[in-house]
Design a protein around this ligand. Structure first.
Ligand code: COA
Length: 381
C-alpha cells in the first residue's frame, strides 16, 4: 500500500520566504552580489553586451569570437516581424489596454505562427527561445507604433538589440551611442535574477511539460504585477505625483503611516541593497542632469534616504531604472515591457534548465476551512 507523502509544516510560509524550491546554475544571489553563471553583474554591465549575456545564460559559458558572431547574427535575424504577424498585431486592441496585457497576447500569438510550437525537444526550444528573444524588442516597439496609428519600424540588420530598440521606438531616428550603451546596460541588468516570481512562474508551467510559449506567457503575466516588474512604471508615476522635492519626505511618511508601499523600495532577498540599483543610480544622476531635470534624481535619493532611515529598506532595480528611462524619453507605460524584453533571456534559461531536469511542481497547502459538512438540497439551505 502506498504511504502518504509527509508534509513539512516548517516549510509553510506566506510567500515562500526562505524556501529553496529548486537547484539552478543560471544565476545566484550571494549577500548583495548578483551573478549570472558565476560572473558578477558589475563585471557584465561594464564589459559585456546584452547579446553576449543571452549566450552566457543559455550556454553556461561566455562565447569566443566566432561563437558570439554566429549567435548574434542568428538572434538579430529573428528581430524582423513577418507581415503576417504585423497584420495580427494590428488587430489586437490597444485602447485602454496596458502594454503588458497587449504584450502577453502578442507573445502568445507568436506560437500560432511557429512551426516548432508543439515540439518540446531541446533543439526546437532553442529555436523558439532565439525567435522570442529576438522579436521581443520589435514587438514592444510595434505596440507603441500601432497605438499611435503608425506602421511599426523595421529593425536594421547588423545593429544590436539595444540600438534597434531605441531606433524603432524613436520612429526610425538613429539613436546616439550613449543612449544605446545605457540601454544595453539596462538590458544586461534585467536579464535574470535567480528564482524571482516570473522565473518561478516559467518553471512551474514548464514543469508540467507544457510548451515554451506557455511558460513565457505565464512569466509575462507574473512580471506585469506592481510588486514585481510593474514597479518601475509605478515609481515614475509616484515621482510625478510627488511633483517636487519639497513634497518627497512628507509623501513617504504619509505612505508609511497609511501602511502603503513605496514603489521600487524593498526586496525579498537583498537586505543590504540591490547591486543593480547602485549601478542605475549613477546612470540616473548623469542622465537627469544631462536633460536638465536633476530634480527627478534628487527626489529619488531623498525617498531612498528617508526609506532607509524610517524602515531600513533600500531601493531595488526598479527604483532608479524609472528615471533612467524617463531621461531617455521612453513612455512610462513601456518601462515594464522593457523589463520583459530583457528578462526573456532569463526565462528561457530557466525553462531550459527545468526541462533538462524536470519534476512537476506540486506543493501542498494547509487546510484552514470547514470540515465534515454534508450536502442539502438548495431549498433546505
Ligand atoms: N514600502 C513600504 N513598506 C515596505 C516596502 C515598501 N516598498 N517594502 C516592504 N515594506 C515593509 C512592509 O510593509 C513590511 O513592514 P511591517 O513588517 O512593518 O509590516 C515589511 O517591510 C516587509 O515587507 P513585505 O511586503 O512582507 O516584504 P516581501 O519580502 O514580501 O516583499 C517586495 C518584497 C519587493 C514585494 C516589497 O518590498 C514591495 O512591495 N516593494 C514595493 C514594490 C516593488 O518595488 N517591487 C519590485 C521588486 S524588485
Amino acid at each position: 500500500m502506498a504511504t502518504e507523502v509527509q508534509i513539512f509544516e516548517g516549510a509553510l510560509d506566506k510567500g515562500l520566504e526562505g524556501v529553496v524550491a529548486c537547484t539552478t546554475q543560471v544565476s545566484s544571489i550571494v549577500g548583495n552580489t548578483l551573478n549570472y553563471r558565476g560572473y558578477t553583474i558589475e563585471d557584465l554591465a561594464q564589459n559585456s553586451t546584452f547579446e553576449e549575456v543571452v549566450y552566457l545564460l543559455w550556454n553556461n559559458k561566455l562565447p569566443n569570437s566566432s561563437e558570439l558572431s554566429a549567435f548574434t547574427d542568428s538572434l538579430h535575424k529573428e528581430m524582423t516581424l513577418s507581415p503576417e504577424y504585423i497584420k495580427i498585431l494590428k488587430a489586437i486592441p490597444t485602447a485602454n489596454v496596458h502594454p503588458m496585457a497587449w504584450l502577453r497576447t502578442a507573445v502568445s500569438l507568436t506560437a500560432h505562427l511557429d512551426k516548432d510550437a508543439n515540439d518540446n525537444s531541446t533543439e526546437a526550444n532553442k529555436r523558439k527561445a532565439l525567435s522570442l528573444t529576438g522579436k521581443m524588442s520589435s514587438i514592444v516597439c510595434a505596440f507603441d507604433a500601432i497605438r499611435s496609428g503608425k506602421d511599426p519600424v523595421s529593425p536594421v540588420a547588423g545593429k544590436s538589440i539595444a540600438w534597434n530598440f531605441m531606433y524603432m521606438l524613436g520612429g526610425g531616428k538613429e539613436p546616439d551611442a550613449e543612449s544605446v550603451k545605457v540601454f544595453d546596460t539596462c538590458l544586461i541588468l534585467h536579464a535574470d535574477h535567480e528564482l524571482n516570481c516570473s522565473a518561478f512562474a516559467t518553471r512551474v508551467t514548464a514543469s508540467s511539460l507544457s510548451d515554451l510559449h506557455s511558460a513565457i506567457v505565464s512569466a509575462i503575466g507574473a512580471l506585469k504585477g506592481p510588486l514585481h516588474g510593474g514597479a518601475n512604471e509605478q515609481v515614475m508615476l509616484m515621482l510625478k505625483k510627488i511633483g517636487n522635492i519639497e513634497n518627497a519626505q512628507k509623501f513617504v511618511k504619509d505612505a508609511l503611516d497609511a501602511k502603503e508601499k513605496v514603489m521600487g523600495i524593498g526586496h525579498r532577498v537583498y537586505k543590504n541593497g540591490d547591486p543593480r540599483a547602485a549601478i542605475l543610480r549613477k546612470i540616473s544622476e548623469k542622465l537627469t542632469q544631462k536633460i536638465g531635470e536633476p530634480q527627478w534624481y534628487q527626489m529619488s535619493t531623498l525617498i531612498d534616504d528617508t526609506m532607509n532611515k524610517e524602515k531600513g529598506l533600500m531601493p531595488n532595480v526598479d527604483f532608479y531604472s524609472a528615471t533612467v528611462y524617463y531621461a531617455m524619453k521612453i513612455p512610462t507605460d513601456i518601462y515594464t515591457p522593457i523589463f520583459a524584453v530583457s528578462r526573456m533571456a532569463g526565462w528561457c534559461a530557466h525553462a531550459f534548465e527545468q526541462y533538462a531536469n524536470n519534476r512537476i511542481y506540486r506543493p501542498r497547502s494547509k487546510w484552514q476551512g470547514k470540515e465534515g459538512l454534508t450536502w442539502k438540497p438548495a431549498q433546505n439551505r
